[in-house]
Design a protein around this ligand. Structure first.
Ligand code: GDP
Length: 220
């Protein structure tokens, strides 16, 4: 799957204010500075696209981008605010956390959440805690390990497997995971192919629902 068009749509303060859920969407989240904007730009092949989301005033909003990919598929890519903020008041942090929680739990067209993990570090408590919450809410997610060009392959492999080992202790099965670098453009195909598969499933379910509404009356 290839992205053909990507454009900024809107920044929303809550999931209720987001665009009409008329197509599947895929959201990206991670601790601040994890490399989210860089990964989004790399996936879309557009330098500066996610800059809009990181401009002052937009960083704590739900940022929608309209995407058109091969075969004419239309979907939204969503840039969510980072979690694990240090420099804000308790009440502001609570408000942001609630906004993210409501979005991931109740946004009906959310196909998958990509949780970004910095590959330069061992497992971080705030990442593991966030995944635990996703599990309790039954939100489907995948992991994207970022900035893998910054360490040796051996270090990246050690950090990725330490993280997955921690998950294995708590989860019955592991989520899909991708090793990425915005600089080297690694991990792009894997992420876009997963989105392509989710789009196909979404389409099939939508078509079935549509067929259901036009089903013939039962014979007398
Ligand atoms: P965000 O705050 O999560 O959106 O993170 P950014 O995308 O702004 O990245 C934070 C910093 O990490 C910036 O200085 C980026 O240039 C750098 N960065 C992000 N991704 C990569 C990567 O894959 N490789 C390298 N070497 N640097 C990266």
């Amino acid at each position: 799957m290839e992205i053909q068009k990507a454009s900024y749509v809107i920044s929303s303060p809550s999931y209720q204010d987001c665009p009409k859920p008329d197509r599947p969407e895929y959201a990206f989240i991670g601790r601040s500075n994890v490399g989210k904007s860089s990964l989004i730009n790399m996936l879309c092949g557009r330098e500066g696209l996610a800059k809009i989301s990181s401009s002052p005033g937009k960083t704590q909003l739900i940022n929608h981008f309209a995407i058109e990919s091969s075969g004419g598929a239309q979907w939204y890519l969503v840039d969510l605010p980072g979690y694990g903020f240090a420099k804000v008041s308790q009440s502001t942090r609570k408000k942001w956390e609630k906004m993210i929680e409501d979005y991931v739990r109740f946004r009906e067209n959310l196909g998958n959440l990509f949780v970004l993990i910095d590959s330069r570090h061992g497992p971080q408590a705030s990442d593991l805690e966030f995944l635990r919450k996703l599990g309790s809410w039954q939100v489907p997610f995948a992991l994207a390990f970022t900035k893998t060009d910054k360490s040796t392959q051996r270090e990246v492999a050690a950090n990725v497997s330490a993280f997955l080992e921690m998950l294995k202790a708590e989860w019955e099965s592991l989520p899909p995971h991708f090793v990425t670098s915005a600089v080297k453009k690694t991990g792009r195909k894997g992420i876009l192919d997963l989105i392509g598969e989710c789009n196909a499933l979404y389409r099939a379910v939508a078509d079935r629902a549509q067929a259901g509404t036009t089903r013939r009356k039962p014979l007398p």
